[in-house]
Design a protein around this ligand. Sequence first.
Ligand code: SF4
Length: 513
Amino acid sequence: MSGTFLGTPAFPTAARAALEDSQLRRNLAHATATIRTKRGGVVGEVDEWEQLRLAGEAIKNRVLRHLPRYLEQLERSLTAAGATVHWARDAAEANAIVVDIARRHETDEVVKVKSMATQEIELNDALEAAGIHAWETDLAELIVQLGDDLPSHILVPAIHRNRAEIREIFLREMSRAGRPAPADLTDEPKQLAAAARAHLREKFLRAKVAVSGANFAVAETGTLTVVESEGNGRMCLTLPEVLVSVVGIEKVLPTFADLDVMLQLLPRSSTGERMNPYTSTWTGVTPGDGPQEVHVVLLDNGRTDVLADPTGRQALRCIRCSACLNVCPVYERTGGHAYGSVYPGPIGAILTPQLRGVGSDPQTDSLPYASSLCGACFEVCPVRIDIPEVLVHLRSEVVEAHQQASRVPSVQDMAMKAASWTLSSSARTGAAEKAAGWGGRLAARIGRTAPGGRNVLGAIPGGPAGAWSDSRDVPVPAAESFRQWWERTDGGHRDDGGAGNANGNDGGNGDRR
Ligand code: SF4
């Protein structure tokens, strides 16, 4: 997978910058809260929602168990319906295929319907390098493209922008890319949508080649499906002469009937609607109707590596609904750019490291830690991806990758070795307990009382202990070990008032030993 947001620092650094942007946080909090409420309402209407989730999970698991078989069936169905199927191992191969098709049709522009797969492979840059402009036609994608920005949400790539910012972008940039925005444009959603429609219509009517993704690809019939809200996608899929669809290999579904389950799960989870305003399906070429040349590029780009991991492969069940982003407390505060990838939020934190490869760079390795592990993402995921389980699994892979790469042991390694050496001898353990007791009594004098009455230390200055204690209360060690207490009280039979306790609970008689 390519480094889509090249130069993004590791998540903690990027998140810190995002947290300082109060406008961004306001935009995100408003947008995610609105979608969450809508989703909650429409999901609550479906009595058998849990059964639907289980059905969605089962369909996708069946696909992943027999992926080669369903992909070959898809290829046969598509070919029989008049489409041309291409296989792309990686971004470079997929981009070369699309550029070649556009060149053969001697066009210097293509229109695109929102597709995460083409963002993943950076198709727009590859086309641009070949002298071909790619115009995004999804409204949110158009805002991102005109603003020379990066997407920050799966479903609403411009979620970090508010209406006033969008108006400014339209007024400033539309004229450079084609039909200008009306001079009296306000920030009313209706007016913004009308300006975008007029701007895009010109491009739809002119373009010879369109590029799309697909939400689903049915192996049984060779049918591709795109769901969307604005109808711009449908214009893309029907008006140009040539249609090229770049489809991740995990998008395949075995049968047309499986769409029944997916098309119930997806809209309720993503936009909080009972059904999508536009659901377009197409099966190869229909003479005299729609594009007369249809290509399908089946994209791997790291997906078979993900499939090889029994725990991580569940990420390939994802139907890109974005419900996990909208409930994630980390995403809501940092926004999507901090994840440094086209796949932000909880799904990005598990999919991106798997596609790029754990251990490849510090930014990628920081992503499995970009979570509080609260589990809200699993609760809402329509195909029941256990994101927290995969996050923990990837964290252990990150640690392992770093251990293998570094000959110098980390502070944590050294601390664990020292603990193992101490705990493997009762004499050493006893001596360590005594030392901890002295330390505890000393620390009790400088500690403070935290809410709840515990005696705690403040931040430890400098080093790894300083970083660890920056955001935690460090408990003052007990002044007396269990072993000492046992000896002093004869296992609790003799209560002599107790030793001075470092946690602030003075036994009354101080330390008598
Ligand atoms: S992981 Fe689940 S909730 Fe998140 S985008 Fe994918 S399908 Fe939706």
